[in-house]
Ligand binder design. Structure first.
Ligand code: ANZ
Ligand code: ZN
Length: 863
């Protein structure tokens, strides 16, 4: 009977060895080796590590360890996204200083991460709340200011009434604050803005090249940026009703082909013309005010009933001066988009249709669906939104929609009434927050000079420690002395900016700071040149348009002011699924923790009362539903390796994985089984790098299995299919154990070779166990430093086949797979190949044909 594997004793001992050897420090750039920068989205120090972190960092760790073993110079750092509101809330609720609360949490969480045995270069750790980090952010703010990338603007902001602060558009989800869930209000405030729109064009066109990103994230960014090509033109006011501002009415449209179907002009409640009219028309003013109260964000507007107010003004149709159109104030027109005014064509636009139907405005069709008869067109069922041929439209008659767009734009330009433009949905990024626990904005407001940048030799502007949280609002503003300073340019009494930077700024460039951390500069130029871009970036898909877009903006802005050379910070992005767990409720409806119930078959009983408990749906782990497990408990009971193994085992990493006690026990048994396989090897066996010289029969089969596993597991890791890698590990361990009954010398030699391979394949997944096995086999040094095994192709030949992968008839790559690999697995593999990802850019799969043992054919169509 083999000795039990004792994780409690082994894990700390192996970690101490790694630490003593500083094994995972990346060291200075080494141009003689390939580099690999692996980064997981750094954690917010909320208190404790949760199991989602374990899954996230375990994935990055598998890649980092595998690449390191393959000979790359690997950078795998960790830090803390340490500014933010929860620290201030803790201060308000518990009286703890945000700084000490945050630093305490960092201590705890660092210890927990270290227990998990991640191959992290801890020498590069930093927290964004330390002046040694944020001073460089202040410097970059000033650099951006000089480059015209920062400006100040009185603008409508999303005000979160619970958090008492401004939110970025990206932080408003369904009209509510992303954190508080409170209904967002609109207010006007002086705000510092980053001019992200300067890069609108590039940010959208470069998405095409991000072939290492999930398609869904690229699509989300694409839609968020919302580039559209259209026409801006001006309506002249009818002489009978002159413009109240003296200005013509400029509108933006993407459908100039529908101009002859125009039924009215629509303006926003905040349009200058509406504001001017409101001064002398109380009824109109009240209408606008009531629309504002109902919310004027895009989300709010989409769900509201259409409402309008006829201003009585009329404008002249630009192509037909005999026609005039009424000007309505319409609640569905956004002030922040285009020009804040539209022409409406109810026959071909949903919102215009609803509005016109409600107010009895004309609905005149001008686009004919292909093959339809102009005489029998009816719009009783709603507008026709497609393209077709134009009719009822004077000089545009008979043209296709596309041709009519061009013709209408040409004509408008010839008339001097308008011009072609590109419009973006993307807004500039408002970065001012009325909060204490953030990076101070390095600006001083002087009554004479206006806003002045803090001179660089006076950076950092540090947060004062002695603040109080007994009043609502910003403690920096209440502080008795902090804000009162002399103006750096004229010396008069002046005040500091008391707003701090949105914490999304902190996380927009930390990936560059990890490369090198000079004291006097934000980045080390030689180091960023070497390490960037990040080769594997892993994190939650909830950051698809927030953090990931801001980081892409920052990369460009930093490049513009000379702090780093890369436009795209992350060449490959992987978004992992969540960890879920069953939920339980008592009879009287309160949530029960898994430890409070007992499961018998498919029924649950509340232990405390003996009454049946209700089994709820499987949901993302959350404290409120009490369905969390604490990684520390799992580590104590089963060990870090089991925790790591389990979170990667059961489902593909992009999908959710359900945490279950039986699943974890399964991983624990697997670890024991692996250990038994090593432990049953005679002490006299050759070391882990031995290659069996001659093998036949069952011994040859075992060697084949070992080399097959090398090929399969390497490919699985490289294509982020960790669960499939673990399935191959199971298979191999099973094979080795079955071979134990044969104690011939030939088999012993084959077993030694295969176990040596196994130790190296296990290293990324269960590093402590692998290290212990390495020692047990007499391996020298660390398995973490042993070269990744290379499959002997002569041993693969029989069991494996090479399948060419064709895309639209051209061979683009190939797959080396085991014979008999299932159709579904082949499909997944073919689509995950880096070459496929590359050549499928902007396209999607129309058909995927697998000719067994011969070829894989992918037929594509535009995405
Ligand atoms: C006339 C028209 C006719 C339109 C038609 C559509 C269909 P994208 O593609 O997202 O850029 N629009 C313009 N500014 C607006 C604003 N501030 N608030 C609300 N709607 C606005 O959308 C452009 C279209 O959205 C524009 O084209 C305009 O309506 C509307 F059959 O102009 B269209
Ligand atoms: Zn001054």
């Amino acid at each position: 009977m083999a000795a039990r594997y004792n994780h409690r004793e082994t894990e700390p001992r192996q970690r101490a060895r790694w630490d003593a050897a500083k094994l995972f420090e990346a060291g200075p750039p080494d141009p003689s080796r390939a580099k690999c920068y692996v980064l997981e989205m750094f954690p917010y120090p909320s208190g404790r590590i949760h199991i989602g972190h374990v899954r996230n960092y375990a994935m990055g760790d598998v890649i980092a360890r595998r690449r390191r073993a393959a000979g790359d110079q690997v950078l795998h750092p960790m830090g803390w996204d340490a500014f933010g509101l929860p620290a201030e809330n803790a201060a308000r609720e518990r009286g703890a200083h945000p700084g000490s609360w945050t630093r305490q949490n960092i201590e705890t969480m660092r210890g927990q991460l270290q227990q998990l045995g991640f191959a992290i270069d801890w020498s590069r750790e930093f927290a964004t709340c330390e002046p040694s980090y944020y001073r460089h952010q202040q410097k970059m703010f000033l650099d951006f200011l000089k480059a015209g990338l920062v400006y100040r603007k009185k603008s409508k902001v999303n005000w979160d009434p619970v958090e008492n602060t401004v939110l970025a558009n990206e932080q408003v989800v369904d009209g509510r604050g992303w954190r508080s869930g409170a209904l967002v209000e609109q207010r006007y405030l002086e705000q510092w803005m980053f001019q992200i729109t300067r890069y609108g064009e590039e940010l959208v066109s470069a998405l095409e090249g991000l072939t290492g990103w999930p398609e869904k994230v690229r699509i989300m960014q694409h839609n968020w940026i919302g580039r559209s090509e259209g026409l801006r033109f001006s309506f002249q006011f009818d002489a009978a009703t002159p413009s109240p501002t003296g200005q013509a009415l400029e509108v933006y449209t993407t459908r100039p082909d529908t101009l002859f179907g125009a039924s009215f002009a629509g303006i926003s409640v905040d349009h200058p013309i509406a504001l001017a009219l409101a001064e002398s028309n109380a009824e109109l003013a009240a209408f606008c005010e009531s629309c504002r109260r109902a919310g004027t964000s895009e989300e709010a507007i989409e769900t509201q009933e259409k409402r309008g107010f006829d201003t009585g003004l009329r404008v002249v149709h630009p192509f037909d001066s005999s026609q005039t159109l009424p000007v309505w104030i319409a609640n569905f027109v956004l002030m922040e988009y285009g020009t804040g005014a539209i022409f409406a064509c109810p026959a071909h636009d949903q919102r215009d249709y609803e509005f016109a139907s409600k107010y009895g405005l004309p609905i005149k069709p001008v686009i004919l669906p292909e093959g339809a008869d102009p005489a029998s067109v009816t719009l009783a069922d709603g507008p026709f939104l497609g393209h077709g041929s134009v009719f009822n439209s004077g000089f545009l008659d008979g043209l296709t929609s596309e041709a009519a767009k061009a013709a209408a734009m040409d004509k408008m330009e010839a008339l001097g009434a308008g011009s072609r433009t590109v419009n973006f949905r993307l807004r500039d990024w408002g970065i001012s927050r009325q909060r204490y626990w953030g990076c101070p904005i390095p600006i001083i407001h002087c009554p004479d000079c206006g806003p002045v940048g803090v001179p660089e030799d006076q950076l950092p502007v540090t947060l004062p420690d002695d603040v109080t949280f007994d009043k609502p609002g910003n403690p920096l503003d209440h502080h008795p002395s902090w804000k009162h300073v002399a103006c750096p340019s004229c010396g008069s009494p002046a005040v500091r900016e008391t707003d701090t930077l949105d914490t999304f700024v902190d996380s927009s460039w930390y990936w560059a700071r990890f490369c090198g951390q000079p004291e006097d500069q934000p980045t080390d130029i030689a180091a960023v040149k070497h390490w960037l871009p990040v080769d594997h970036y892993i994190g939650g898909v909830e950051h698809a348009v927030l953090h990931l877009l801001y980081s892409r903006f920052f990369a460009r802005a930093m490049k513009a002011v000379g702090h780093q050379p890369t436009e795209e910070p992350f060449s490959r992005l992987f978004t992992q699924g969540m960890v879920t767990h069953a939920t339980y409720k008592s009879q009287d409806g309160h949530w029960l923790a898994p430890s409070e119930i007992e499961l018998t078959g498919s029924a649950a009983v509340e232990i405390a009362t003996g009454r049946p408990a209700i089994i709820g749906p499987i949901e993302k782990m959350s404290k409120s539903k009490r369905n969390t497990v604490d990684p520390e408990d799992i580590i104590a009971t089963y060990g870090a390796d089991v925790a790591r193994l389990f979170v990667l085992s059961d489902s593909p990493p992009e999908r959710d994985v359900e945490w279950s006690e039986s699943g974890v026990e399964g991983s624990w048994r697997f670890v024991q089984k692996i250990w038994a396989a090593f432990d049953s090897l005679p002490e006299t066996s050759p070391g882990p790098l031995h290659v069996a010289q001659q093998a036949s029969g069952a011994a040859l089969d075992l060697r084949r299995a070992g080399h097959k596993a090398v090929a399969a597991i390497s490919l699985a890791i490289d294509t982020y299919r960790f669960n499939s890698a673990i399935a191959h590990l199971h298979e191999l361990v099973g094979h080795v154990r079955r071979a134990e009954s044969d104690d011939s010398a030939m088999m012993l030699e084959a077993r030694a070779e295969v176990l040596g391979i196994l130790a190296r394949l296990l290293q990324p997944f269960t590093p402590h166990l692998a290290e212990e096995a390495w020692v047990r086999m007499g391996g020298s040094g660390f398995v973490a430093e042993a070269a990744w095994p290379v499959a002997d192709t002569s041993l693969l030949a029989e069991a494996s086949i090479t399948l060419p992968v064709q895309i639209d008839g051209k061979k683009r790559g190939e797959l080396q797979v085991a014979k008999g690999t299932s159709q579904t697995e082949l499909e997944a593999l073919a689509l995950a190949l880096p070459e496929t990802v590359h050549f499928m850019t902007g396209r999607s799969v129309a058909k995927l044909i697998i000719v067994p043992d011969r070829i894989i054919n992918i037929v594509t169509r535009p995405a």
